[in-house]
Design a protein around this ligand. Structure first.
Ligand SMILES: Nc1ncnc2c1ncn2[C@@H]1O[C@H](COP(=O)(O)OP(=O)(O)OP(=O)(O)O)[C@@H](O)[C@H]1O
Ligand SMILES: [Mg+2]
Length: 305
């Protein structure tokens, strides 16, 4: 008899997978909290898929553990109801309709057929329920994969690069759905290399490179932790006068004649402009984005291995 999970915290501890040629995952530890979307980021070959496969008991670790609600996946009483997973663009029998595909999944998990229709509704595929899988677009296949993961109404959802192949509308749809599911108290762990998308989607992020942890925390914490400095963008008809009124500033020319300043705050620039009697046509604080932070943090560690 296995265990039921009561909360969906994921704990990865010292997780390691060494293949002959490569340390795919190397002493990796992080936690993923319920009620939040956690982005699992890393360059190609970083070990994301291998980590998720170990979490789901599809690959045996060389060392370390991964638990969901304190239990290893293999020891879950009812894994399909506890954890939903979308590992790659879903595949299904070509001649089967989306609805029948989900009914097969329901049957294998001991769930009623009605869950198939509810899951189709959830992912916006109800109108395509009776169409055959071979006629589905890539975006529809992605949605069907999520529907299959959701039939058991799981507390935990694990997705490997679910946004691959989606158009901007599909990506927005996915973001809204995953945030809604996390808002219901579920744990949502989603891997990606689409950093700009993660910045909009994720509450927390875990960054890995070469199988090792690089950073984890809220998006804000990770940006802060990286020590990447923000810049101030300023546009004025009298740049030389303005710069003369500022100490310890590095200025680089931006687009359309703007200056990009580091080493000062927007307040200091505004005050200096007032003192120097210089008009400002633009004054903006620019936060470093996740893309920049990610590149800084993983520099020299990336590369397809
Ligand atoms: N079955 C395997 N046998 C040997 N090496 C493997 C195996 N599976 C993965 N690897 C290697 O482990 C490393 C990590 O691969 P993994 O697929 O986990 O990375 P990833 O972060 O998911 O990359 P991507 O962004 O390209 O999906 C790579 O060097 C890969 O070649
Ligand atoms: Mg992968």
């Amino acid at each position: 008899m296995g265990n039921e999970i009561t909360d969906g915290e994921i704990v990865v501890s010292g997780l390691t997978k060494h293949y002959k040629q490569v340390k795919a995952v190397d002493g990796l530890s992080f936690t993923v909290k319920p009620g939040r979307v956690t982005g699992f980021l890393g360059p190609n070959g970083a070990g994301k898929t291998t980590t998720l496969r170990m979490l789901l008991n599809l690959v045996a670790p060389t060392a370390g553990t991964a638990t969901i609600g304190g239990v290893r996946y293999a020891d879950l009483a009812d894994p399909l109801r506890a954890v939903g997973a979308v590992l790659e663009a879903s595949s299904a029998h070509k001649g089967r309709t989306g609805r029948n595909h989900l009914r097969v999944v329901c049957a294998s998990a001991g769930l009623p057929d009605s869950r198939a229709d509810e899951a189709l509704e959830l992912v916006g595929l109800a109108s395509a329920a009776k169409r055959k899988f071979k006629g589905y677009s890539l975006g529809m296949k992605q949605r069907l994969g999520i529907a299959a993961a959701m039939v058991g109404d799981p507390k935990v959802l694990i997705l490997d690069e679910p946004a691959n192949g989606l158009d901007p509308e599909g990506i927005r749809w996915m973001r809204d759905l995953l945030q809604k599911l996390a808002g219901e108290g579920r744990t949502v762990l989603v891997s990606s290399h689409l950093l700009s998308e993660m910045e909009l989607l994720a509450d927390d992020i875990v960054i890995i490179a070469a199988g090792r942890l690089i950073a984890q925390g809220t998006v804000e914490q990770v940006i802060g932790q990286a020590g990447s400095v923000g810049t101030v963008r300023v546009r004025t008809p009298h740049p030389d006068t303005l710069l003369g009124a500022l100490d310890g500033v590095t200025a680089t020319p931006g687009e359309d004649g703007a200056l990009v300043l580091t080493g000062v705050t927007a307040e200091q620039v505004g005050d200096a402009a007032l003192r120097a009697g210089v008009a400002l046509h633009e004054l903006v604080t620019e936060r470093p984005d996740l893309e920049r932070v990610f590149l800084d943090l993983t520099a020299g560690k990336e590369g397809i291995r």
